[in-house]
Design a protein around this ligand. Sequence first.
Ligand SMILES: *[C@@H]1O[C@H](CO)[C@@H](O)[C@H](O)[C@H]1NC(C)=O
Ligand SMILES: *[C@@H]1O[C@H](CO)[C@@H](O)[C@H](O)[C@H]1NC(C)=O
Ligand SMILES: *[C@@H]1O[C@H](CO)[C@@H](O)[C@H](O)[C@H]1NC(C)=O
Length: 436
Amino acid sequence: MHEGNLSFCRIMTGKKGRQWRSMCKGLILGALLTSSMILVYCLSNPQIHFSLPEVPVPYSCARSSSQLHLKPASNRSQTNTKRSCSPKVDIMFMKTHKTASSTFLNILFRFGEKHQLKFAFPNSRNDFLYPAPFHRSYIKDYKPGMCFNIICNHMRFNATEVAKVLPTDASYITILRDPAELFESSFHYFGRLVPFTWKVPGDDKLTEFLLDPHSYFDPGGFNSFYLKNLLFFDFGQDNTLKPDDPRVDERISFISERFQLVMLVEHFEESLILLKEALCWDMEDLLFFKLNARKGSTVSKLTPELRARALEWNAIDWKLYQHFNRTFWKKVDAYGRERMAKDVAELKKRNKEMTSICIEGGQAVEAGRIQETDLQPWQPIGEKSIMGYNLKKNIGNAHKTLCRKMLMPEIQYLTEFGVNLWITKLWGHVRDIINW
Ligand SMILES: *[C@@H]1O[C@H](CO)[C@@H](O)[C@H](O)[C@H]1NC(C)=O
Ligand SMILES: *[C@@H]1O[C@H](CO)[C@@H](O)[C@H](O)[C@H]1NC(C)=O
Ligand SMILES: *[C@@H]1O[C@H](CO)[C@@H](O)[C@H](O)[C@H]1NC(C)=O
């Protein structure tokens, strides 16, 4: 059926070719979405949930701390000479959308490999059947009673359910981003997957939408959550509540109690230093390159007026962000502003060193200029705006593996971990074929 549409689309050239082409793309997308919805539905058949016995706290979790080979505190790290703690390895990372979380995931993957930790990975794709609320049966090879060290792929959070696969003292961590910027990014990245945006006229759909969101937005529409309070939705909450609904504050308090650390994209290095402090990690564990960055993303695309509108439209996320902005800076104060500045400078210096060791040309390049397919990042539908890197040719043995891992995009890294991503990859191939 898709093949048929396709050749029809190819034949249509000439004056109306373009219009036809975009209509065809719409048709194909519709057909694909329907088929993938059916597929997802079959795979996530809720019936299987009821057959899983309830295990209050996974018994296998009790063993997890003994996996750790504690290093003597004396020479673990130069920066923390007097440290007597051991690194925390049980981690729930709530991966929110469009929040530099791929960069953080790469940090977690490397930490997990270093300590040989057990990850709860999804099956067939790189998320836990998002946007369905998380259920433990979505974990690859899950059997009742299983316990994991780290769970970190995209999910729609369900605290009760997540608690069933992690030790009770696991550290819950997440990351937030300024909701106006997040909205802009989400609109860019997911807009075409949200059918109600197809009827927004003009080239600048974002502006058009924000001028009168209520006339376009359809709360029941397919994928509509991508374009309203996406953060709050990711935390498993109702993203269409009125911002002054008492449930909003209630849920924010709940998230506040559940998560030990809420990082901020805008202060990524500071966030990592707080993480190091909270989890007793080493500075080495925090090294990173910015992955999945969008071309020209350093400059905000929002005028002050649009920004105000975006915040008003995503008022719950704005409340959430402001709340955790306050707690973030309280933590920085407790850590010590000067000490923080010193540590951030140190981390930046080390990242810079790694850049000169690993990266050809010292910076990210456009997708077309990435030589290795292994280092090719996942692209949003319709364009190749996500940048990637080329590995230097002659990296010494001491850094070869680290450089490669630091640059490896999420999908490739998951494949290395043995996660079968056939649904994600199939979707990618289909997009390649129709040259999306
Ligand atoms: C830590 O100290 C021990 C003994 O003093 C030494 O054998 C070991 O190599 C040191 N480890 C590191 C990472 O420096
Ligand atoms: C979350 O999980 C619990 C059981 O673990 C379940 O009772 C509840 O319905 C789930 N919530 C949602 C929104 O799916
Ligand atoms: C976050 O908190 C800092 C420090 O209190 C403040 O200067 C800043 O304006 C806040 N940012 C937002 C977006 O609320």
